[in-house]
Design a protein around this ligand. Sequence first.
Ligand SMILES: NC(=O)c1ccc[n+]([C@@H]2O[C@H](COP(=O)([O-])OP(=O)(O)OC[C@H]3O[C@@H](n4cnc5c(N)ncnc54)[C@H](OP(=O)(O)O)[C@@H]3O)[C@@H](O)[C@H]2O)c1
Length: 325
Amino acid sequence: MRAITIPEPGGPEALVWSEVPDPEPGPGEVVVDVRASAVNRADLLQRQGHYPPPPGASAYPGLECAGVIGALGPDVTGWRVGQEVCALLAGGGYAERVAVPAGQLLPVPAGVDPVDAAALPEVACTVWSNVVRLAGLGAGETLLVHGGGSGIGTFAIQLGAALGATVVATARKTKHRVLRELGAAHTVDYREQDFVEEVRRVTEGRGADVILDIMGASYLGRNVAALATGGRLVVIGMQGGRKGELDLGALLAKRGTVAATALRSRPVAEKAEIVRGVREQVWPLIEAGRIRPIVDRRLPMSRAAEAHQLCETSEHVGKVLLTTG
Ligand SMILES: NC(=O)c1ccc[n+]([C@@H]2O[C@H](COP(=O)([O-])OP(=O)(O)OC[C@H]3O[C@@H](n4cnc5c(N)ncnc54)[C@H](OP(=O)(O)O)[C@@H]3O)[C@@H](O)[C@H]2O)c1
């Protein structure tokens, strides 16, 4: 088969479409014939040599895919060859075939294009596990989503709105119209406006009950300032740095919580549990048309370098797909 390899870390040109050995399904695994994968921010870091795959994961990039089951390994039940699926991966999605633990498979939701389904697993699992399972977002609460135009952000806005929360999203101005269409009640141009002031203004001084943050250090103080009493800040990205100063007095006064998580490095059993929760709670919202995959564009996998260049400029909205067909 062919896969994107990274012989030497570097710029987008480091991604090479190469002949490689086919994967074999181990016990409890299936091999998916990949129709599409999707670019995640983590892939850019992996290409640069800053985010090595966890032990045992494929060396090729790609944290999700959609395709058709091509082979079943020993001890797999409940799935059949030829079934259309999408999957959460620890790596290896940028390839024509990938082996994946069966617990990380999801059926293609009814009504979703089987290629566009590649845009769903990573964002659905990340957003649901953090915003719903960890932070417990409830109807009537306010959710602040940073990077509303990202793959993660476009999903978080839709999920928050579908759950009955009021969603506030930060993004560059040109993305605001789309984010409103996706369900953001308020949009903040983080380049021109102070998001703390805006969140306070639209919540009549209360603040955000849940914040999904991708910036890390550079937003830590302001995120705590934007929290409501009893608010939950969940950090999933460090685009603004990893070491910040936390004012515990400010957090304590609000009885607030700060959490940080990563999905990729979780054990297979934990991923399977998250996938199960997503299938039970999020898939019905997708099948009801309340949430849809947001695909900026599709590019052939052989042009992965171009896709990475685009994602580095952040001009995309939602996900950039890489297709094999
Ligand atoms: N921990 C986990 O398990 C996990 C899993 C998946 C993703 N993530 C993280 O989630 C983040 C999003 O991932 P992705 O693949 O969806 O990214 P992406 O599509 O590449 O988007 C990155 C976004 O960052 C936004 N941004 C840049 N500077 C900003 C600022 N100062 N304030 C607000 N937004 C800003 C950009 O928006 P503008 O165009 O508006 O500037 C862009 O939409 C990444 O940091 C990624 O590492 C974490």
